[in-house]
Design a protein around this ligand. Structure first.
Ligand code: MV4
Length: 651
């Protein structure tokens, strides 16, 4: 029987780096490409790069990237006869392949049945046990009575894990150390699961302490062929968000790889799976592995597998979706060297990893390694989507070579205008425990203080260097010997550098509490400079000509607020009574009205961005003079939302 389902034009139902990643291979294979984009993504790279692009609605995912009807309509309108879902959004929604089938469109992914079977934890686990895949001993029965569950927990033996069967990302999950706290943990897990997933069904498992997260990549065609492409170690996570992924795993040898691969392929055959898929396992300290869940999509971290196998996973997906047989057998799959990936996220580690939005004013990934992203200088980073904005992937002959290469690339990448976890990633890669390959799922929590230092001695030096570059570079050309004072602020610390130009390019910077700095600017263009001080030359990257100038040096980024021209308020309070939105977002509530008397620090407005609420407070005491927004309004970063006429401080 002919099982081919050829297509000519591929619609990519996604955004950002993965949309571009899929498009790259599709174009190389000769397929025409169609992008879909939301109103917030009208200027986005993925919409520019496709042959055709269709706007599918509003900024909120529920108005655009999650709208099956509009995506199918976009495919119809452009004549796209295949759809790749990427990851996230609709990638694991069984209704999507169903709608594609109904419209006569090839879905690049598994069947609705396979997606649904793996979407339920208890059902997936039962299928895996039947297929002979090792699972953590536990209970996944229909009887959900509290007494039954307690009895089962006793049988399993503490510590036990309670997991919502509909769950994911750690929600509805509880680690229970002792019998005495089981009842309360069960109650709170069920209540969290009910509100998050609409179901409070749970399963119980023996808890594996400090496990590694190791996953097996599989690929299967509709002719009964299936191969595995080895493992990825994704143990370095923060709150169930993966941060660093590598292949191979430092904890997996050829024998364990073969056993994990065979178990995964047995499962693939048992469920008749087609396409790319990933089996997630927990690995315990003695090398035991236990099935966790199956992801029925291409994963964020697929590039590390591509690096060590030399295969293009998207190309394999497209070939299999067209009905071709896999072009290689298991014995043709070989592994070469070691690859590590880091996820660059627009979030502020210093502020509890709060998501950031705005514009990536300056973006220059380090050359020589793979960088998957959809950024350019000035790229908007809207508040409505995932905070991951780029992936950096290094490959080397061995793990240490890959690690060193990646660390160097993280340090050499310029990403200014928006705070990111860039330097935190560098700290993780440089940590001795990671270097030894000893990081497990507890790595970030256990090493918090090493990875996120409280005070930063390099910051004051950065303020002085930045001041020199803002005031004494050849482009500003301060010819006179008058000292120019600046006021720079970062995370609540004020710096008062004074720059005195000596001769062309040379200057003296003084600052309260610091030794003076004699600095020469040898070369300077808009975004970079070659400087020299203390007899050492170095290259720095720079974001000038903004209210939030930034400097990157020695592998670290420092952004400041330039308050040099902001009016000072007597009494030392910062700000001028104008409350500005700290990021793009939507107004949840306005807490004050015109005429209200407010105190400094009083809550005036709540903004929602990236699914988090941000309280805005008055910087000064005074009377509310104007309120420019109402609940529900969309605001852009820095927009004045409330104006307060400061009360004159007592004379
Ligand atoms: C576990 C576990 C220990 N024992 N199950 C977290 C999310 C979900 N996918 C599975 N998770 C875990 N399940 C048993 N029986 C520990 C975790 C876990 C974890 C797993 C992988 C990567 C990071 C993790 C962080 C905390 C807990």
């Amino acid at each position: 029987m002919d099982k081919s389902t050829p297509f000519t034009k591929l619609l990519i139902a996604n955004r950002g780096e993965i949309a571009l990643r899929v498009m790259r291979t599709a174009k190389a294979m000769g397929y025409a490409t169609v992008a879909v984009y939301s109103e917030a993504d009208a200027g986005a790279e993925h919409a520019r790069a496709a042959d055709q692009a269709v706007c599918i609605g509003g900024a909120a995912p529920s108005e655009s990237y999650l709208r099956i009807d509009r995506i199918i309509a976009a495919a119809r309108a452009t004549g796209a006869d295949a759809i790749h879902p990427g990851y996230g959004f609709l990638a694991e929604n069984p209704d999507f392949p169903k709608a594609c089938a109904a419209a006569g469109i090839v879905f690049v992914g598994p069947s609705a049945t396979a997606i649904r079977a793996m979407g339920d934890k208890a059902g997936a686990k039962a299928l895996m046990i039947a297929a002979g895949v090792p699972c953590v001993p536990g209970y996944q029965g229909a009887d959900q009575g509290a007494e039954t569950l307690l009895a089962e927990a006793r049988r399993i033996g503490f510590p036990v894990m309670i997991k919502a069967t509909a769950g994911g990302g750690g929600r509805g999950m509880r680690l229970v150390a002792r019998e005495e706290v089981f009842a309360e943990a069960l109650r709170s897990a069920k209540s969290e699961a009910k509100s998050a997933f609409g179901s409070d069904v749970v399963l119980l498992e023996k808890a594996i302490l400090n496990p590694r997260h190791v996953e097996i990549q599989v690929m299967a065609d509709r002719h009964g062929n299936a191969i595995h492409l080895g493992e990825r170690d994704c143990s370095v996570q923060r709150r169930h968000q993966k941060l660093i992924e590598e292949a191979p795993s430092p904890a997996v040898d050829a024998d364990l790889r073969a056993r994990m691969g065979a178990a995964s392929l047995a499962a693939v055959r048992a469920i008749g799976y087609e396409g790319a898929g990933t089996f997630e396992y927990l690995l315990d300290a003695s090398g035991g592995f236990y099935f966790m869940e199956m992801n029925t999509r291409l994963q964020v971290e697929h590039p590390v597998t591509e690096a060590i196998t030399g295969l293009d996973l998207v190309a394999l997906q497209l070939r299999v979706a067209a009905g071709e047989a896999l072009p290689l057998r298991q014995e043709d799959v070989t592994f070469s060297g070691h690859a590590i990936e880091v996820r660059l996220c627009a979030e502020d580690p210093q502020a509890g990893f709060m998501p950031q939005s705005g514009a990536m004013e300056r973006w220059a990934p380090a050359p020589g390694i793979r960088a998957d992203h959809a950024l350019r200088d000035g790229a908007p980073v809207p508040p409505f989507y995932d905070s991951m904005i780029a992936k950096l992937i290094a490959h080397g002959p061995d793990r240490e070579a890959a690690r060193r290469r990646l660390l160097s690339a993280i340090e050499g990448t310029v990403a200014l205008g928006l705070r990111s976890n860039q330097d935190f990633l560098g700290a993780c890669l440089a940590h001795p425990m990671f270097q030894e390959g000893a990081a497990t799922t507890g790595f970030i929590e256990e090493n918090r203080d090493d990875l996120l230092p409280e005070t930063d001695p390099a910051e004051a030096r950065a303020a002085m260097i930045l001041a020199a570059l803002l005031r004494a570079g050849p482009t500003t050309g301060l010819a006179h010997g008058f000292p120019t004072p600046l006021r720079l602020e970062r995370n609540g610390t004020l710096y008062d550098p004074q720059v005195r130009a000596l001769r062309a390019g040379a200057c003296q910077v003084t600052m309260t509490g610091q030794d003076p700095l004699a600095l020469t600017v040898l070369h300077r263009d808009r975004h970079a400079a070659l400087i020299e001080f203390d007899g050492i030359r170095e290259r720095v990257a720079l974001l000038p000509e903004t209210n939030t100038p930034a400097l990157r040096r020695a592998g670290r980024s420092f952004d400041f607020r330039d308050l040099s021209f902001a009016p000072t308020v007597r009494g030392g309070a910062q700000g001028d009574g104008r409350v500005r939105a700290t990021m793009n977002g939507s107004v949840v509530s306005v807490e004050v009205a015109v005429g209200d008397q407010v105190e400094a620090g009083q809550k005036v407005l709540v903004l929602e961005a990236m699914k988090m609420e941000h309280t805005h407070t008055a910087a000064v005491a005074g009377i509310v003079a104007a309120v420019h927004v109402a609940a529900g309004a969309q605001v852009t970063a820095h927009a004045v939302v409330v104006e307060i006429t400061p009360t004159a401080p007592p004379a």
